[in-house]
Design a protein around this ligand. Structure first.
Ligand SMILES: [Zn+2]
Length: 288
C-alpha cells in the first residue's frame, strides 16, 4: 500500500512586504491603477491572488467564493474581475474573512460589503477597526489608524474560531491571540491541505509585531508552534517558482556555492528543489 503523502501549502505572505507597517503611506502614495492581480492555483479549488498588500486566499467553487483578506479598496473591482476570469462560478464573493485588522488586509471590506459579501473576523478585528488608534512597535514605529466606517466592520465575529461550510470544505478560521496583533486568525482549508497564515508568517524580513495593537513576540512564536502542530509533520511551505527566484532565496549561499558561471546556478537549483518537491508536471503543484 502506498502511503498517501499529504502536502499542506501555506500561502506565504511575501506580497505583504508593504504591509501593515506602511499601510497608511502605501495607501497615500501607491498608484493602484497600475497594480495587476496575479492569480495562482494553489491546490484544488484554492487560489492565491497577489496584488498589493497581503496576499488573498480564495476558495472558488459551485457554492460561490470565500476570500481571505481583501487588500485595498481601489483593487476590489480588479479582484472581482480576476475571480470571474477563472470561469468557475458566476456566484459572488459570499464571505470575506479578515486575518487581522491592518489596512492591507481589510481595505476592500467596504466595496465587498457593498456588493453583498458577508465580512467575518475575530472580535478584536472589529473592535480595532471601529475604534481606530495607533499601530506600531511600542517605540519608534507609530502609525495612526483612523476609525473605519460602519460598512468596513465585520458583521459576524467570533472569539475563538468559526467554520464556513462552502464548496465541500470546512473552512476554519482559528484565533491565535497576541501574535502579529491581538486579533489574528489563521485559516485552514483542510480538504485542500492549504493554510493561510495571515501576517503571523511573513518572509520579507524581520516580522512586524504590532505591539501597540496587542501583538507580542511570544504570541507570534506560540502561534507558529500551535499552527504547525496542527499540520502534518511533512508540511511544506510552497511558493511559486517565480516568486522564489525573485526573492533570491538562496542568496546567502550563492557566493560560495553558485558563482556566476556555475553549472548549477542559484536559479537552477531553486528549479531543482521546486520540481523535485512538487513532482512538477506543468502545474503549480501536483497534489495527492
Ligand atoms: Zn498585518
Amino acid at each position: 500500500m502506498s502511503k498517501r503523502i499529504r502536502t499542506w501549502m501555506a500561502l506565504a505572505l511575501v506580497g505583504a512586504a508593504l504591509v501593515c507597517g506602511q499601510t497608511a503611506m502605501a495607501q497615500q502614495n501607491q498608484d493602484f491603477s497600475k497594480v495587476q492581480i496575479k492569480v495562482t492555483r494553489v491546490s484544488g479549488n484554492i487560489y492565491m491572488l497577489e496584488g498589493a498588500g497581503g496576499n488573498i486566499g480564495a476558495s472558488v467553487g459551485e457554492d460561490g467564493i470565500v476570500i481571505v483578506d481583501d487588500q485595498f479598496a481601489p483593487l476590489a473591482d480588479k479582484i472581482q474581475a480576476a475571480l470571474k476570469e477563472l470561469k468557475i462560478t458566476d456566484k459572488p464573493v459570499r464571505f470575506v474573512i479578515n486575518t487581522h485588522y491592518h489596512g492591507d488586509h481589510t481595505g476592500g471590506n467596504v466595496p465587498f460589503n457593498n456588493v453583498g459579501s458577508t465580512l467575518i473576523a475575530q472580535d478584536n478585528v472589529r473592535k480595532r477597526l471601529e475604534a481606530g488608534g495607533t499601530a506600531g512597535n511600542g517605540g519608534s514605529i507609530k502609525m495612526d489608524v483612523k476609525p473605519a466606517e460602519k460598512a468596513a466592520l465585520p458583521i459576524i465575529t467570533f472569539e475563538h474560531d468559526v467554520t464556513v461550510h462552502l464548496n465541500g470544505e470546512d473552512i476554519r478560521a482559528l484565533h491565535f491571540p497576541s501574535g502579529h496583533t491581538d486579533g489574528d486568525s489563521i485559516i485552514f482549508f483542510p480538504k485542500n491541505n492549504v493554510v493561510h497564515m495571515g501576517d503571523d508568517f511573513v518572509r520579507y524580513g524581520f516580522p512586524f509585531i504590532d505591539v501597540a495593537s496587542g501583538g507580542s513576540v511570544q504570541g507570534m512564536i506560540d502561534a507558529m508552534e500551535k499552527a504547525t502542530a496542527q499540520l502534518p509533520a511533512d508540511v511544506k511551505v510552497i511558493q511559486s517558482l517565480d516568486r522564489m527566484k525573485q526573492e533570491k532565496i538562496l542568496e546567502p549561499w550563492r557566493e560560495k556555492w553558485a558563482p556566476e558561471k556555475a553549472f548549477i546556478n542559484a536559479d537552477a537549483f531553486i528549479e531543482t528543489l521546486y520540481n523535485s518537491l512538487t513532482s512538477h508536471k506543468g502545474e503549480f503543484v501536483k497534489h495527492n
